[in-house]
Design a protein around this ligand. Sequence first.
Ligand code: F0G
Length: 459
Amino acid sequence: MVEPIHLPSRADRSAALERAGHNVFNLDSEDVFVDLLTDSGTGTMSTAQWAAMFEGDEAYAGSRSFHDLREAVEDVTGLPHTIPAHQGRGAENALYGTLLSEGDVVLNNTHFDTTRAHVANQGAEAVDCPVEGAWDHDSEGEFLGNFSIEKAWDVVDEVGADRVTVVVSTITNNSAAGQPVSLENLRETAQFARDIDALFVLDACRFAENAYFIHEAERSEASERASGETASREREAGQHDRPLAEIARAQFDDADAVVVSGKKDGLVNIGGFVACREESLADRVKARTTLYEGFPTYGGMAGRDLAAMAVGLREAVEPPYVADRVGQVAYLGDLLADADLPVFQPTGGHAVYLDAGAVLTDIPAERFPAQRFVCELYRESGVRAVELGEFAFPGAGRPQLVRLALPRRTYTREHLDHVADGVAAVADRAGEYEGLEVVTEPPMPELRHFSARLRSVPA
Ligand code: F0G
Protein backbone atom coordinates (compact mmCIF):
# COMPACT_ATOMS: atom_id res chain seq x y z
CA MET A 1 0.00 0.00 0.00
CA VAL A 2 1.17 3.51 -0.73
CA GLU A 3 -0.08 6.40 1.32
CA PRO A 4 0.38 10.08 0.44
CA ILE A 5 1.96 12.21 3.16
CA HIS A 6 2.44 15.93 3.22
CA LEU A 7 4.45 18.43 5.16
CA PRO A 8 2.20 21.16 6.62
CA SER A 9 3.65 24.69 6.64
CA ARG A 10 5.68 25.80 9.63
CA ALA A 11 2.82 28.06 10.73
CA ASP A 12 0.37 25.14 10.56
CA ARG A 13 2.76 22.93 12.52
CA SER A 14 3.09 25.57 15.25
CA ALA A 15 -0.70 25.91 15.40
CA ALA A 16 -1.13 22.12 15.59
CA LEU A 17 1.40 21.97 18.43
CA GLU A 18 -0.58 24.61 20.37
CA ARG A 19 -3.84 22.73 19.78
CA ALA A 20 -2.15 19.53 20.97
CA GLY A 21 -1.04 21.16 24.23
CA HIS A 22 2.61 20.44 23.40
CA ASN A 23 1.89 16.71 23.49
CA VAL A 24 2.42 14.93 20.17
CA PHE A 25 0.02 12.12 21.21
CA ASN A 26 -2.69 14.77 20.72
CA LEU A 27 -1.65 15.49 17.10
CA ASP A 28 -3.68 14.14 14.20
CA SER A 29 -1.70 11.90 11.87
CA GLU A 30 -2.76 14.20 8.99
CA ASP A 31 -0.57 16.87 10.57
CA VAL A 32 2.48 14.58 10.71
CA PHE A 33 4.97 14.17 7.84
CA VAL A 34 7.22 11.35 9.10
CA ASP A 35 5.68 9.45 12.01
CA LEU A 36 8.27 7.90 14.34
CA LEU A 37 6.00 7.81 17.41
CA THR A 38 6.15 4.02 17.49
CA ASP A 39 7.09 0.94 15.49
CA SER A 40 3.99 -0.80 16.84
CA GLY A 41 1.34 -1.77 14.30
CA THR A 42 2.53 0.94 11.94
CA GLY A 43 4.47 -1.16 9.41
CA THR A 44 3.51 -2.27 5.93
CA MET A 45 2.23 -5.79 5.23
CA SER A 46 3.62 -7.92 2.41
CA THR A 47 1.76 -9.28 -0.63
CA ALA A 48 1.88 -12.74 1.00
CA GLN A 49 0.24 -11.36 4.14
CA TRP A 50 -2.55 -9.65 2.19
CA ALA A 51 -3.10 -12.83 0.21
CA ALA A 52 -3.36 -14.83 3.44
CA MET A 53 -5.96 -12.40 4.78
CA PHE A 54 -8.32 -13.29 1.95
CA GLU A 55 -8.20 -16.88 3.14
CA GLY A 56 -8.88 -16.02 6.79
CA ASP A 57 -11.23 -18.49 8.44
CA GLU A 58 -13.68 -16.61 10.66
CA ALA A 59 -15.01 -19.63 12.58
CA TYR A 60 -15.56 -18.90 16.27
CA ALA A 61 -13.80 -22.08 17.39
CA GLY A 62 -10.92 -24.09 15.90
CA SER A 63 -10.45 -22.03 12.73
CA ARG A 64 -7.92 -23.00 10.08
CA SER A 65 -6.27 -19.60 10.58
CA PHE A 66 -5.69 -20.43 14.25
CA HIS A 67 -3.96 -23.68 13.28
CA ASP A 68 -1.80 -21.79 10.75
CA LEU A 69 -0.78 -19.39 13.51
CA ARG A 70 -0.14 -22.17 16.02
CA GLU A 71 2.13 -23.91 13.51
CA ALA A 72 4.00 -20.71 12.71
CA VAL A 73 4.56 -19.97 16.40
CA GLU A 74 5.83 -23.50 17.00
CA ASP A 75 8.17 -23.31 13.98
CA VAL A 76 9.54 -19.94 14.97
CA THR A 77 9.75 -20.41 18.78
CA GLY A 78 9.53 -24.16 19.41
CA LEU A 79 6.66 -23.69 21.87
CA PRO A 80 3.69 -25.97 21.20
CA HIS A 81 0.78 -24.11 22.83
CA THR A 82 -0.39 -20.78 21.38
CA ILE A 83 -3.14 -18.57 22.77
CA PRO A 84 -3.90 -15.51 20.60
CA ALA A 85 -4.68 -12.08 22.07
CA HIS A 86 -5.79 -8.81 20.51
CA GLN A 87 -2.35 -7.24 21.13
CA GLY A 88 0.64 -7.43 23.48
CA ARG A 89 -1.06 -6.05 26.56
CA GLY A 90 -3.99 -8.44 26.09
CA ALA A 91 -1.46 -11.28 26.12
CA GLU A 92 0.15 -9.75 29.23
CA ASN A 93 -3.21 -9.65 30.99
CA ALA A 94 -3.85 -13.29 30.12
CA LEU A 95 -0.39 -14.48 31.25
CA TYR A 96 0.46 -12.24 34.21
CA GLY A 97 -3.16 -12.28 35.41
CA THR A 98 -2.82 -16.07 35.57
CA LEU A 99 0.65 -16.22 37.12
CA LEU A 100 0.80 -13.43 39.67
CA SER A 101 -0.78 -12.75 43.02
CA GLU A 102 -0.56 -10.05 45.67
CA GLY A 103 2.96 -9.65 47.07
CA ASP A 104 4.79 -11.48 44.25
CA VAL A 105 7.92 -9.92 42.79
CA VAL A 106 8.71 -9.95 39.06
CA LEU A 107 12.25 -9.37 37.81
CA ASN A 108 12.80 -8.14 34.25
CA ASN A 109 15.83 -6.69 32.43
CA THR A 110 13.50 -3.67 32.07
CA HIS A 111 9.72 -3.76 32.28
CA PHE A 112 7.95 -2.11 29.38
CA ASP A 113 5.22 0.31 30.63
CA THR A 114 2.27 -2.02 29.98
CA THR A 115 4.13 -4.96 31.56
CA ARG A 116 4.83 -2.94 34.69
CA ALA A 117 1.18 -1.87 34.80
CA HIS A 118 -0.08 -5.47 34.52
CA VAL A 119 2.29 -6.60 37.26
CA ALA A 120 1.06 -3.76 39.49
CA ASN A 121 -2.55 -4.57 38.61
CA GLN A 122 -2.06 -8.00 40.21
CA GLY A 123 -0.75 -6.41 43.42
CA ALA A 124 2.74 -7.64 42.53
CA GLU A 125 5.96 -5.65 42.40
CA ALA A 126 8.00 -5.04 39.23
CA VAL A 127 11.77 -4.71 39.71
CA ASP A 128 14.13 -3.87 36.84
CA CYS A 129 17.51 -5.58 36.54
CA PRO A 130 19.34 -3.79 33.69
CA VAL A 131 23.10 -4.19 33.36
CA GLU A 132 25.50 -1.49 34.45
CA GLY A 133 25.65 1.32 31.88
CA ALA A 134 22.28 0.53 30.26
CA TRP A 135 21.10 4.12 30.80
CA ASP A 136 24.25 5.83 29.60
CA HIS A 137 24.58 6.78 25.93
CA ASP A 138 28.38 6.71 26.25
CA SER A 139 28.41 3.05 27.29
CA GLU A 140 30.29 0.60 25.14
CA GLY A 141 28.93 -2.89 24.88
CA GLU A 142 27.39 -5.34 22.48
CA PHE A 143 24.54 -6.53 24.67
CA LEU A 144 23.53 -3.62 26.85
CA GLY A 145 19.98 -4.98 26.91
CA ASN A 146 21.08 -7.96 29.05
CA PHE A 147 19.46 -9.01 32.31
CA SER A 148 21.78 -8.45 35.26
CA ILE A 149 21.97 -11.70 37.22
CA GLU A 150 24.02 -9.92 39.86
CA LYS A 151 21.31 -7.31 40.46
CA ALA A 152 18.69 -10.09 40.48
CA TRP A 153 20.51 -11.97 43.27
CA ASP A 154 20.64 -8.73 45.27
CA VAL A 155 16.86 -8.46 44.98
CA VAL A 156 16.43 -12.11 45.98
CA ASP A 157 18.66 -11.52 49.03
CA GLU A 158 16.48 -8.58 49.95
CA VAL A 159 12.95 -9.94 49.41
CA GLY A 160 13.50 -13.72 49.63
CA ALA A 161 13.41 -16.25 46.78
CA ASP A 162 9.86 -17.31 47.61
CA ARG A 163 8.41 -13.98 46.58
CA VAL A 164 10.11 -13.91 43.16
CA THR A 165 7.73 -16.06 41.14
CA VAL A 166 8.40 -14.82 37.60
CA VAL A 167 11.61 -13.78 35.83
CA VAL A 168 11.27 -12.00 32.46
CA SER A 169 13.71 -11.09 29.73
CA THR A 170 12.49 -8.49 27.24
CA ILE A 171 14.08 -8.90 23.80
CA THR A 172 15.09 -6.44 22.55
CA ASN A 173 15.10 -4.28 25.68
CA ASN A 174 12.73 -1.54 24.47
CA SER A 175 12.94 0.64 27.58
CA ALA A 176 16.76 0.47 27.59
CA ALA A 177 17.42 2.00 24.17
CA GLY A 178 16.19 -1.08 22.26
CA GLN A 179 19.48 -2.85 23.01
CA PRO A 180 19.82 -6.59 22.37
CA VAL A 181 20.13 -9.49 24.80
CA SER A 182 22.68 -12.25 24.11
CA LEU A 183 21.88 -15.96 23.89
CA GLU A 184 24.37 -16.54 26.68
CA ASN A 185 22.51 -14.09 28.91
CA LEU A 186 19.17 -15.73 28.10
CA ARG A 187 20.63 -19.08 29.18
CA GLU A 188 22.03 -17.61 32.39
CA THR A 189 18.77 -15.85 33.20
CA ALA A 190 16.82 -19.08 32.67
CA GLN A 191 19.26 -20.88 34.97
CA PHE A 192 18.82 -18.16 37.59
CA ALA A 193 15.02 -18.57 37.35
CA ARG A 194 15.40 -22.35 37.82
CA ASP A 195 17.71 -21.81 40.79
CA ILE A 196 15.05 -19.83 42.61
CA ASP A 197 12.18 -21.98 41.33
CA ALA A 198 10.60 -19.16 39.31
CA LEU A 199 9.01 -19.29 35.87
CA PHE A 200 11.08 -17.88 32.97
CA VAL A 201 9.10 -15.71 30.54
CA LEU A 202 10.29 -14.02 27.34
CA ASP A 203 8.68 -10.75 26.29
CA ALA A 204 9.64 -11.41 22.70
CA CYS A 205 7.87 -8.88 20.51
CA ARG A 206 11.17 -7.93 18.82
CA PHE A 207 12.60 -11.46 18.72
CA ALA A 208 13.74 -11.24 15.08
CA GLU A 209 15.64 -7.99 15.56
CA ASN A 210 17.28 -9.43 18.68
CA ALA A 211 18.30 -12.55 16.75
CA TYR A 212 19.80 -10.36 14.04
CA PHE A 213 22.10 -8.67 16.56
CA ILE A 214 23.24 -12.05 17.89
CA HIS A 215 24.00 -13.14 14.33
CA GLU A 216 25.66 -9.91 13.25
CA ALA A 217 29.35 -9.89 12.43
CA GLU A 218 30.00 -6.35 11.31
CA ARG A 219 29.27 -3.30 13.30
CA SER A 220 28.07 -0.12 11.62
CA GLU A 221 30.74 2.04 10.03
CA ALA A 222 30.23 4.88 12.48
CA SER A 223 30.60 2.77 15.60
CA GLU A 224 33.59 1.11 14.02
CA ARG A 225 35.24 4.47 13.43
CA ALA A 226 34.51 5.35 17.04
CA SER A 227 35.92 2.12 18.46
CA GLY A 228 38.74 1.73 15.94
CA GLU A 229 38.09 -2.01 15.74
CA THR A 230 37.88 -4.12 12.62
CA ALA A 231 34.57 -4.90 11.02
CA SER A 232 34.82 -8.63 10.91
CA ARG A 233 34.42 -9.71 14.50
CA GLU A 234 31.37 -11.47 15.82
CA ARG A 235 28.99 -9.91 18.25
CA GLU A 236 28.29 -13.18 20.02
CA ALA A 237 30.90 -15.91 19.73
CA GLY A 238 30.01 -18.85 17.51
CA GLN A 239 26.78 -17.36 16.17
CA HIS A 240 27.62 -15.73 12.85
CA ASP A 241 27.57 -18.92 10.83
CA ARG A 242 24.24 -20.13 12.17
CA PRO A 243 21.08 -19.46 10.14
CA LEU A 244 19.11 -16.53 11.52
CA ALA A 245 15.92 -18.56 12.02
CA GLU A 246 17.89 -21.09 14.07
CA ILE A 247 19.23 -18.35 16.34
CA ALA A 248 15.75 -16.84 16.63
CA ARG A 249 14.43 -20.19 17.76
CA ALA A 250 17.33 -20.83 20.13
CA GLN A 251 16.34 -17.69 22.03
CA PHE A 252 13.22 -19.54 23.21
CA ASP A 253 14.97 -22.79 24.21
CA ASP A 254 14.71 -22.23 27.95
CA ALA A 255 11.49 -20.19 28.10
CA ASP A 256 8.51 -21.57 30.00
CA ALA A 257 6.20 -19.00 28.42
CA VAL A 258 6.34 -16.19 25.89
CA VAL A 259 4.31 -12.98 25.46
CA VAL A 260 4.37 -11.29 22.09
CA SER A 261 2.86 -8.15 20.64
CA GLY A 262 2.42 -9.13 16.99
CA LYS A 263 2.44 -5.43 16.11
CA LYS A 264 6.25 -5.52 16.10
CA ASP A 265 8.01 -8.56 14.62
CA GLY A 266 4.66 -10.22 13.83
CA LEU A 267 4.60 -7.58 11.06
CA VAL A 268 0.89 -6.90 11.53
CA ASN A 269 -1.22 -3.89 12.42
CA ILE A 270 -2.96 -5.65 15.31
CA GLY A 271 -2.52 -8.91 17.22
CA GLY A 272 -0.47 -10.79 19.79
CA PHE A 273 -0.20 -14.09 21.62
CA VAL A 274 0.98 -16.08 24.61
CA ALA A 275 2.89 -19.30 23.92
CA CYS A 276 3.51 -21.94 26.60
CA ARG A 277 5.66 -25.04 26.84
CA GLU A 278 3.43 -26.94 29.28
CA GLU A 279 -0.19 -27.75 28.55
CA SER A 280 -1.19 -27.21 32.18
CA LEU A 281 -0.09 -23.56 32.08
CA ALA A 282 -1.68 -23.08 28.64
CA ASP A 283 -5.00 -24.32 30.02
CA ARG A 284 -4.90 -21.78 32.85
CA VAL A 285 -4.05 -18.96 30.41
CA LYS A 286 -6.90 -20.07 28.14
CA ALA A 287 -9.39 -19.71 30.99
CA ARG A 288 -8.44 -16.08 31.55
CA THR A 289 -8.28 -15.43 27.80
CA THR A 290 -11.87 -16.61 27.45
CA LEU A 291 -12.87 -14.06 30.08
CA TYR A 292 -11.00 -11.05 28.67
CA GLU A 293 -10.05 -11.65 25.02
CA GLY A 294 -12.32 -14.24 23.45
CA PHE A 295 -12.48 -17.95 22.78
CA PRO A 296 -8.87 -19.17 22.98
CA THR A 297 -8.56 -20.05 19.30
CA TYR A 298 -9.12 -16.43 18.25
CA GLY A 299 -8.40 -14.39 21.43
CA GLY A 300 -9.80 -11.09 20.23
CA MET A 301 -8.46 -11.33 16.67
CA ALA A 302 -10.33 -11.76 13.41
CA GLY A 303 -9.41 -14.96 11.55
CA ARG A 304 -7.89 -12.91 8.75
CA ASP A 305 -5.61 -11.15 11.26
CA LEU A 306 -4.46 -14.49 12.68
CA ALA A 307 -3.62 -15.51 9.11
CA ALA A 308 -1.59 -12.35 8.44
CA MET A 309 0.36 -12.78 11.69
CA ALA A 310 1.17 -16.42 10.86
CA VAL A 311 2.85 -15.22 7.65
CA GLY A 312 4.46 -12.18 9.30
CA LEU A 313 6.22 -14.19 12.01
CA ARG A 314 7.99 -16.26 9.36
CA GLU A 315 8.85 -13.25 7.19
CA ALA A 316 10.38 -11.50 10.19
CA VAL A 317 13.26 -13.99 10.33
CA GLU A 318 14.06 -13.84 6.61
CA PRO A 319 17.62 -12.45 6.51
CA PRO A 320 17.14 -9.84 3.74
CA TYR A 321 14.14 -8.36 5.53
CA VAL A 322 15.69 -8.11 8.96
CA ALA A 323 19.08 -6.92 7.67
CA ASP A 324 17.32 -4.09 5.85
CA ARG A 325 15.19 -3.34 8.89
CA VAL A 326 17.99 -3.10 11.46
CA GLY A 327 20.23 -1.48 8.83
CA GLN A 328 17.73 1.31 8.33
CA VAL A 329 17.68 2.08 12.05
CA ALA A 330 21.49 2.00 12.11
CA TYR A 331 21.58 4.35 9.10
CA LEU A 332 19.59 6.98 11.01
CA GLY A 333 21.66 6.37 14.15
CA ASP A 334 24.88 6.85 12.17
CA LEU A 335 23.64 10.09 10.61
CA LEU A 336 23.00 11.51 14.08
CA ALA A 337 26.22 10.15 15.57
CA ASP A 338 28.19 11.66 12.67
CA ALA A 339 26.57 15.01 13.53
CA ASP A 340 27.96 14.58 17.08
CA LEU A 341 24.54 14.11 18.60
CA PRO A 342 24.35 11.96 21.76
CA VAL A 343 22.69 8.77 20.54
CA PHE A 344 23.02 5.26 21.94
CA GLN A 345 25.44 3.20 19.84
CA PRO A 346 25.34 0.58 18.58
CA THR A 347 21.84 1.67 17.62
CA GLY A 348 18.95 -0.47 18.86
CA GLY A 349 16.85 -2.67 16.61
CA HIS A 350 13.70 -0.61 16.20
CA ALA A 351 14.57 2.93 17.19
CA VAL A 352 17.26 5.55 17.66
CA TYR A 353 17.44 6.89 21.23
CA LEU A 354 18.76 10.42 21.67
CA ASP A 355 19.78 11.77 25.08
CA ALA A 356 18.03 15.15 24.88
CA GLY A 357 19.17 16.02 28.41
CA ALA A 358 22.72 16.17 27.03
CA VAL A 359 21.62 18.55 24.24
CA LEU A 360 19.15 20.95 25.90
CA THR A 361 21.38 21.39 28.92
CA ASP A 362 19.71 24.66 30.03
CA ILE A 363 16.41 22.89 30.69
CA PRO A 364 16.32 20.91 33.97
CA ALA A 365 14.67 17.47 34.06
CA GLU A 366 11.53 18.79 35.79
CA ARG A 367 10.99 21.14 32.84
CA PHE A 368 11.04 18.19 30.42
CA PRO A 369 13.96 18.79 28.02
CA ALA A 370 13.14 15.65 25.99
CA GLN A 371 9.50 16.69 25.60
CA ARG A 372 10.70 20.12 24.45
CA PHE A 373 12.96 18.40 21.95
CA VAL A 374 10.07 16.32 20.63
CA CYS A 375 7.91 19.45 20.23
CA GLU A 376 10.61 21.43 18.46
CA LEU A 377 11.41 18.49 16.16
CA TYR A 378 7.78 18.46 15.07
CA ARG A 379 7.76 22.24 14.61
CA GLU A 380 11.02 22.13 12.66
CA SER A 381 10.31 19.18 10.37
CA GLY A 382 6.84 17.66 10.85
CA VAL A 383 8.50 14.58 12.40
CA ARG A 384 6.73 12.95 15.36
CA ALA A 385 8.98 11.23 17.92
CA VAL A 386 8.20 10.26 21.52
CA GLU A 387 9.53 11.35 24.91
CA LEU A 388 10.87 8.70 27.29
CA GLY A 389 12.13 10.78 30.18
CA GLU A 390 10.75 12.69 33.15
CA PHE A 391 7.43 13.38 31.40
CA ALA A 392 6.70 9.70 30.64
CA PHE A 393 8.34 8.29 33.79
CA PRO A 394 7.89 10.89 36.56
CA GLY A 395 10.44 10.56 39.35
CA ALA A 396 12.13 7.49 37.85
CA GLY A 397 15.45 9.31 37.53
CA ARG A 398 15.94 8.01 33.99
CA PRO A 399 17.85 9.92 31.31
CA GLN A 400 15.86 12.41 29.22
CA LEU A 401 15.46 10.33 26.09
CA VAL A 402 13.79 10.99 22.76
CA ARG A 403 12.91 7.81 20.85
CA LEU A 404 12.73 7.84 17.06
CA ALA A 405 11.01 4.51 16.29
CA LEU A 406 10.92 3.34 12.70
CA PRO A 407 7.82 1.63 11.30
CA ARG A 408 8.78 -1.53 9.41
CA ARG A 409 8.98 -1.51 5.60
CA THR A 410 7.55 2.01 5.39
CA TYR A 411 9.99 4.88 4.96
CA THR A 412 12.91 5.50 2.59
CA ARG A 413 16.37 6.96 3.08
CA GLU A 414 15.10 10.37 1.95
CA HIS A 415 12.67 10.37 4.86
CA LEU A 416 15.45 9.46 7.26
CA ASP A 417 17.72 12.19 5.85
CA HIS A 418 14.88 14.64 6.48
CA VAL A 419 14.57 13.38 10.08
CA ALA A 420 18.31 13.75 10.70
CA ASP A 421 18.29 17.30 9.30
CA GLY A 422 15.39 18.15 11.63
CA VAL A 423 17.12 16.72 14.70
CA ALA A 424 20.35 18.60 13.89
CA ALA A 425 18.42 21.87 13.35
CA VAL A 426 16.76 21.57 16.77
CA ALA A 427 20.09 20.81 18.43
CA ASP A 428 21.73 23.81 16.70
CA ARG A 429 19.45 26.18 18.59
CA ALA A 430 19.80 24.38 21.92
CA GLY A 431 20.13 27.54 24.04
CA GLU A 432 16.95 29.18 22.74
CA TYR A 433 14.17 27.02 24.13
CA GLU A 434 11.88 27.38 27.09
CA GLY A 435 10.93 24.49 29.36
CA LEU A 436 7.45 22.98 29.74
CA GLU A 437 5.05 22.40 32.60
CA VAL A 438 1.97 20.19 32.87
CA VAL A 439 -1.37 22.02 32.78
CA THR A 440 -3.85 19.12 32.83
CA GLU A 441 -3.22 15.40 33.31
CA PRO A 442 -5.24 12.20 33.69
CA PRO A 443 -5.80 10.66 37.17
CA MET A 444 -3.40 7.67 36.63
CA PRO A 445 0.18 8.98 36.74
CA GLU A 446 1.41 6.00 34.66
CA LEU A 447 -0.74 7.25 31.76
CA ARG A 448 0.22 10.91 31.99
CA HIS A 449 2.24 11.16 28.79
CA PHE A 450 -0.60 9.84 26.64
CA SER A 451 -2.99 12.72 27.23
CA ALA A 452 -1.56 15.49 29.45
CA ARG A 453 -1.43 19.06 28.13
CA LEU A 454 1.57 21.30 28.70
CA ARG A 455 2.58 24.92 28.33
CA SER A 456 5.87 26.76 27.87
CA VAL A 457 7.58 28.23 30.93
CA PRO A 458 11.04 29.78 31.33
CA ALA A 459 13.63 27.02 31.81
N1 F0G B 1 6.14 -5.41 25.52
C1 F0G B 1 7.01 -4.59 24.89
C2 F0G B 1 8.48 -4.81 25.05
C3 F0G B 1 6.52 -3.54 24.08
O1 F0G B 1 7.40 -2.74 23.44
C4 F0G B 1 5.13 -3.36 23.93
C5 F0G B 1 4.59 -2.26 23.11
C6 F0G B 1 4.27 -4.24 24.61
C7 F0G B 1 4.82 -5.26 25.39
C8 F0G B 1 2.78 -4.10 24.54
O2 F0G B 1 2.29 -4.45 23.29
O3 F0G B 1 1.29 -2.34 22.36
O4 F0G B 1 0.70 -4.59 21.44
O5 F0G B 1 -0.11 -3.90 23.66
N2 F0G B 1 5.29 -1.28 22.71
C9 F0G B 1 4.86 -0.17 21.86
C10 F0G B 1 5.96 0.86 21.77
C11 F0G B 1 3.53 0.42 22.20
O6 F0G B 1 5.72 1.94 21.20
O7 F0G B 1 7.08 0.60 22.22
P1 F0G B 1 0.98 -3.78 22.66
